[in-house]
Write a protein that binds this ligand. Structure first.
Ligand SMILES: C[S@@+](CC[C@H](N)C(=O)[O-])C[C@H]1O[C@@H](n2cnc3c(N)ncnc32)[C@H](O)[C@@H]1O
Length: 236
């Protein structure tokens, strides 16, 4: 098993979530993010065919899923509270007429009830102190029988003391954005209360292929890196 707890590098600065993503935005898509390397393929396999569907990409960041799902024939609304992430996303999808990206947060969504066939929220939940309002809004904006796909860093990391996501600017300065742990039971209880039927649960681990590609992960092999859930909205 790998090392537990926070990294012991000195000199990092801690940034509030939106300030952090504003600063990270220009370089977010550069380099190799191990979490995305394990998460994206699993998510795309689970999401499957979305041709003709209307999708909310909640916390869309630089528009990774907005662009990928537009390529599969869906129409996408992406929202994100970071002005700089929104700017990157708009740039990425500028040639895609089926995608619109707006500035916004989970707390101020003005979409009508039952607006979307699918809600995708990738790598956002651990930035939220409370899952309840988030999952309530997801359920509200989904159509009946609509599908919800969530990915996040596995709660194991925050529980073991690595309760932040880190990035480095081009000068080598390290920044950390705090994260919260949400155990699987928390999702399960809220899903049941809100009428979201859990369909799939995956915990992809750090495997040898990833350590070969990203040697800094040596020592972490076998640890769960992502948590991925899919659910459908039942009729209550
Ligand atoms: C790790 S990035 C993931 C971006 C994108 N979903 C992806 O997977 O590539 C996390 C994103 O969550 C957004 N975020 C943080 N708090 C949020 C909130 N309350 N509502 C919506 N998005 C939020 C951040 O601005 C950031 O763009």
């Amino acid at each position: 098993m790998g090392r537990l707890g926070p990294d012991d590098r000195p000199g990092y600065q801690t940034l509030e979530t939106i300030v952090g993503y504003d600063r990270w935005a220009p370089t977010y898509d550069n380099g190799s993010n191990p979490l995305i390397a394990v998460e994206q393929q699993v998510m795309l396999d689970l999401i499957g065919n979305v041709s003709g569907q209307k999708i909310l990409d909640l916390g869309c960041g630089t528009g990774r899923y907005s662009a990928l799902l537009a390529d599969k024939g869906a129409s996408i609304v992406g929202i994100d509270p970071s002005t700089e992430m929104v700017a990157q996303a708009r740039d990425k999808v500028s040639s895609l007429s089926s995608v619109s990206i707006s500035h916004g947060t989970i707390d101020d969504m003005r979409f009508e009830d039952g607006s979307f066939d699918v809600v995708v929220s990738a790598l956002v939940a651990s930035h939220l102190p409370d899952l309840d309002p988030f999952l309530r809004e997801v359920t509200r904006v989904l159509k009946s029988c609509g599908r919800f796909f969530l990915s996040d860093i596995h709660p194991y990391w925050a529980v073991s003391g690595h309760d932040y996501v880190e990035f480095f600017d081009p000068t080598g300065q390290e920044y950390r954005i705090p994260q919260h742990s949400h155990l699987i039971e928390e999702y399960w209880v809220l899903f049941k209360e809100l009428g979201l039927r859990l369909e799939e649960l995956r915990e992809p681990k750090i495997e040898s292929w990833l350590v070969e590609r990203l040697p800094f992960l040596d020592g972490y092999q076998g640890l769960p890196l992502a948590l991925i859930l899919s659910a459908s909205k039942g009729t209550l």
